[in-house]
Design a protein around this ligand. Structure first.
Ligand code: NDP
Length: 428
């Protein structure tokens, strides 16, 4: 990737940005055409995606630059309504690229399907039966979706969990089936399999099936990103790199210890993750739900990321979370902008996409923590906040920039000040 085209990228107009990406060979002429026409969904497609479709809801798609993951550079599409997220992702990615970039690892891509049984007359006998007939359970699951087996995946493990009765719930015998979903997110594949094995499980256990469904707690599909940042890259005006490192580590420890902080810390991580998941056409509710459950796996809700000091004084960061995204299936293959995102990212498969997403999450976390323990989070937010206020006050065209510039200097940046400034500037 030739990054010389990206100098002062944020200052370019939208068309200049598209041209720079074209010149850097990240976009093709076809992509340019796609981006410069209004990339709305056709009525037919929108109608087939949801029920009772009335219109479409637009959100901006931006690009974060400089991301280096496992030695490869990426231009990352991000869809979000929140100002500063993409700027922070790019800036963190740039610092971390200077330090060698992110290294990632991931588990096999296996989803968990659950069948919950109630009123099992003898749970010990039922568990024995399930163990004895494990192969038959797997065969029946695979027969329900033979194409995933042909692709090299399919159901490959059965686990049984017993959930004791409480004051508010009866006991449950829960059969978990692990399914390699290959390049798909797999919800429909898994749900089909779980419904198909339900009658057989009733027969084996003598219980009643309550439901068969995928679990979004995808603990068999984890992705990890790690980075190592020398303190030289951390220093800020008036603060040494060591001080920034130590304060950042303390901020992460605070989020480990306090759930009130951990939620906001993790929300910052999800600012980046959701934006890429959404741009890639994936189910961000699934990723959100799994991430927060994983954050609470110890019994207390904690920070998803970890920051510590290396023996040589470098700052070490890591982030692990369930990442059951798909590269095909769902709306990914039919949504033209999701397809564009895949081209822009130039990822080849779901695992590579996982690596990019988890790295963006760790970078986003680094940017937020660094800002919090140095100049504070508001400074970075001010620019775009000022523009939004100027627009809310009624500014259009070149007035937006003029009002925003004055607002940034004003003692109180709010709508009232924006309106007063707009009036003053217009009547000059
Ligand atoms: P699909 O139902 O679209 O299934 C994936 C499809 O991709 C399969 O039909 C498969 O075809 C095809 N495919 C092509 N190439 C491959 C490959 N290399 N590896 C795997 N599959 C391939 O999507 P998913 O099952 O992934 O389900 C995702 C959707 O389900 C999302 O939209 C999600 O929002 C939704 N959903 C989520 C739920 C949840 O999270 N709890 C619940 C229900 C739905 P073939 O059959 O020929 O193998």
């Amino acid at each position: 990737m030739d990054t010389s085209y990206f100098s002062k990228f944020y200052k370019k107009t939208r068309l200049e940005k598209i041209q720079a990406l074209l010149d850097a060979n990240i976009l093709t002429e076809e992509d340019k055409q796609f981006l410069t026409q209004a990339p709305l969904l056709s009525d037919e497609l929108a109608n087939s995606m949801v029920e009772n479709q009335l219109t479409q809801y637009a959100l901006p798609l931006g690009v974060a630059l400089n991301l280096m993951v496992d030695g490869k550079e990426y231009a990352v599409p991000m869809v979000t309504e929140e100002p500063s997220v993409i700027a922070a992702a790019s800036s963190a990615a740039k610092t971390i690229a200077q330090a060698g970039g992110f290294d990632t690892t991931s588990t096999k891509r296996r989803m968990i399907g659950q069948v919950a049984l109630t009123a099992v007359p003898d749970t010990t006998h039922a568990q024995k039966q399930l163990k004895l007939h494990k192969k038959d359970v797997l065969n029946k699951a695979n027969q329900a979706h033979p194409s995933i087996v042909k692709r090299g995946g399919g159901a490959d493990e059965v686990m049984v969990r017993f959930i004791e009765a409480t004051e508010k719930s009866p006991e449950f015998l829960v059969v978990h089936v692990y399914i390699d979903v290959q390049e798909a997110m797999g919800a429909n594949i898994v749900n089909t399999m779980m419904e198909a094995i339900a009658p057989y499980l009733e027969m084996l256990t003598g219980g009643k099936v309550l439901m068969g469904i995928l679990s979004n707690y995808a603990t068999e599909c984890l992705a990890t990103a790690a980075c190592r940042i020398p303190v030289d890259l951390l220093k800020r005006e008036g603060l040494s790199g060591e001080t920034v490192r130590d304060r950042l580590i303390e901020a992460a420890q605070f989020a480990y210890a306090d759930p009130y902080r951990a939620v906001t810390h993790n929300k910052g991580i999800m600012n980046g993750i959701d934006a890429v998941v959404l741009a890639s056409g994936n189910d961000w509710r699934a990723i959100e739900a799994g991430a927060h459950a994983y954050a609470a796996r110890s019994g207390q809700y904690r920070a998803l990321s970890n920051w510590e000091k290396a023996d040589n004084g470098d700052l070490l960061g890591s982030l692990t979370l369930p990442m059951p995204i798909g590269f095909v299936g769902g709306s990914i293959t039919i949504h033209p902008t999701a397809q564009f995102s895949q081209r822009l990212l130039s990822v080849k498969n779901a695992k590579e996409l996982e690596s990019v997403i988890v790295s963006v999450g760790l970078g986003q976390n680094f940017a937020a923590l660094k800002a919090l323990v140095t100049e504070g989070i508001q400074k970075g937010h001010m620019g775009l906040q000022a523009k939004s206020l100027a627009i809310s006050a009624g500014a259009t065209d070149h007035w937006i920039e003029l009002v925003a510039d004055e607002l940034k200097k004003a003692p109180h940046m709010n709508l009232e000040t924006a309106k007063t400034l707009l009036n003053k500037i217009k009547n000059k």
